[in-house]
Design a protein around this ligand. Structure first.
Ligand code: AMP
Length: 401
């Protein structure tokens, strides 16, 4: 994932594990306190373990990075903490891999951001994913179009977020929305046909502009990035408090109930944290859920075994064996050395249990002749080779592993 972020021109950033509580209450309101691990430190400061990294990164941006040329592309890996009921794929401590794109809101900027989220997951090996692209300005315009009050909007948003459309239908009916309008709103929230939304909102200039951007993003995703697994979905709402305009999510069907792998969009936080307002967007991928997805999809996780195990045959051979070990490490071989003087037989057995493919045995005769004994652990074949050929021989052997 780190390599993929770097190939998209992003730079890594780290922030502290805990922050002042206000950073998150300012962003999401007092209601978020229930979900936080808060505590008072020895100085009586009200702190919290971070529940996510967008607010900390934007705090950092406002304090330190505002003068940097734009756009700024920052990525991070970090552990997050939420006081939630733990279940499969939902933990109290989990990891996020995410990024923030600061200083652009062009369709190409947004499309590249979404393509990055998709590429990160694709490149680590996730096979089945479904992406959804929504827009909160359009959702708000729909609510206004159907004359829903602020209060009513707040009540139905969680239902839309949960995609609980049956419950949404009865709630709208209870609110007194005529049947015909209820079913129209339900259709528009679930349609993948952008022209239906354009027709419904033809008098709302701002919503039409956002729909046109949405169209461009989808076109760019498919024509320039070769990504066709995103569909329009206006029921992606992601908490209206600080997201605005474009929002997106990626789901992995392999995950079952907690199937959301990634969520992101455009948001407004810079001004709230005292900076000069500019467009910002970002996303976070659930790292643990990515691993769960790969496990469910029967991904074969690569291991990084030690390449070489160096065994000094006698006590006097320990210093040259350590020296050789260091030399091999400097050449980039993953090299371990016997540190417990267990004797050749047991050392070879140990190397076997660790699936180390090559052992190098160093005895007084070899040392005298400037040679080493190289044992291929798969075939059991031992060859004596000149010390100056070790690197070449090792490369040759490891190529065939
Ligand atoms: P959010 O910050 O809520 O938008 O979450 C972004 C991503 O983090 C989600 O799509 C999940 O994959 C992951 N995530 C959120 N909460 C948890 C949790 N409690 N345990 C594990 N992963 C989580």
């Amino acid at each position: 994932m780190r390599t993929t972020f770097l190939t998209f021109g992003y730079k890594e950033i780290q922030t502290p594990t805990f922050e002042h509580v206000e950073l998150f209450t300012e962003k999401s309101g007092q209601g978020i306190i229930d979900e936080l691990y808060t505590f008072a430190d020895k100085g009586g400061r009200n702190l919290t373990l971070r529940p996510e990294l967008t607010a900390p990164v934007i705090r950092f941006y406002v304090n330190q990075l505002q003068m940097e040329p734009k756009p700024l592309k920052l990525f991070y890996f970090g552990n997050c903490f939420r006081y939630d009921r733990p279940q499969k794929g939902r933990y109290r401590e989990f990891w996020q891999a995410g990024c923030e794109l600061i200083g652009t809101k062009t369709p190409e900027g947004q499309a590249e951001l979404i393509a990055l989220a998709y590429t990160l997951l694709k490149d680590v090996g996730v096979e089945k994913m479904q992406g959804a692209l929504g827009n909160l300005t359009v959702v708000r315009a729909l609510f206004n179009h159907f004359n829903l009050t602020q209060e009513q909007q707040q009540e139905i948003l969680p239902l839309i977020d949960k995609q609980a459309f049956d419950e949404l239908q009865s709630t709208l009916e209870n609110m007194g929305l005529p049947d015909e309008q209820t079913s129209k709103l339900l259709t528009l929230l679930q349609t993948t046909d952008i022209s239906l939304l354009e027709q419904a909102l033809q008098k709302d200039k701002e919503a039409l502009e956002q729909l046109s951007t949405t169209k461009k993003i989808l076109e760019l995703l498919s024509s320039s990035f070769g990504i066709t697994s995103f569909t329009l979905n206006m029921s992606i709402v992601r908490g209206l408090d600080y997201y605005k305009d474009m929002v997106f999510e990626i789901e992995a069907p392999a995950l079952g109930a907690e199937k959301q792998l990634c969520g992101g969009g455009m948001y407004d936080l810079v001004k709230l944290f005292g900076g000069t307002s500019l467009p910002t967007a970002g996303f976070a991928i659930g790292f643990d859920r990515t691993v769960l997805t790969l496990e469910t999809e029967k991904y074969h996780f690569p291991t990084c075994p030690t390449h070489v195990y160096v065994i000094p045959i006698e006590e006097e051979m320990i210093p040259p064996a350590l020296q050789l070990t260091q030399q091999l490490r400097q050449e980039g071989f993953f090299t371990d050395v016997d540190l417990v003087r267990r004797g050749v037989g047991k050392a070879l057995k140990y190397a076997n249990t660790q699936h180390i493919p090559i052992c190098i045995l160093l005895g007084p005769d070899e040392q005298k002749n400037n040679t080493v004994c190289l044992r291929d652990m798969n075939t059991g074949k031992q060859t004596t080779i000149p010390q100056q050929h070790i690197i070449k021989e090792l490369k040759q052997h490891l190529k065939h592993q």
